[in-house]
Ligand binder design. Structure first.
Ligand code: FE
Length: 141
């Protein structure tokens, strides 16, 4: 990361606007949701890691990704306990648990209790909020 760029958690909204695409800004900073079944990473099933599109922190690994048929990339666990934070989200007349990046605070998606074993969790994450690093030896961009 460019050393002149402030630490992710310290960035102003103007800085985020200059770093992120319009779509990324909408999801990560305005807590948006991409249309279901639109995500580029929805059907990725090769080995690798999923990083935050805002700050690059590793959030999920491919071995916990599964086909939930919800229309968004779904994982049954996070890479480690501090990778994400959760909070109650009362918007849109629902009570959901929002998932944000533990490093930059960007909105990622929501977590539900209808996932598979062993956790029973479904982390339902916007594809736009993630970047995929394949584990096949190719360098991350
Ligand atoms: Fe982040």
């Amino acid at each position: 990361m460019d050393e002149s760029t402030p630490a992710p958690a310290e960035r102003t909204e103007d800085e985020w606007r200059s770093i992120l695409s319009e779509e990324e800004y909408h999801i990560l900073r305005e807590r948006g949701t991409e249309p279901k079944f639109s995500g580029e990473l929805l059907d990725v099933d090769e080995p690798g890691r999923f990083r935050c599109a805002g700050c690059g922190a590793v959030l999920f690994e491919s071995d916990t990704k599964y086909g939930s048929n919800s229309g968004w990339p779904s994982f049954y666990d996070v890479v480690d306990a501090g990778a994400v934070e959760t909070a109650v989200d009362d918007r849109h007349g629902m009570q959901r648990i929002e998932v944000t990046c533990g490093t930059c605070g960007g909105h990622l998606g929501h977590v539900f209790d209808d996932g598979p074993e062993p956790t029973g969790k479904r982390y339902c994450i916007n594809s736009v909020a993630l970047e995929f690093d394949p584990a096949d030896g190719s360098e991350p961009e």
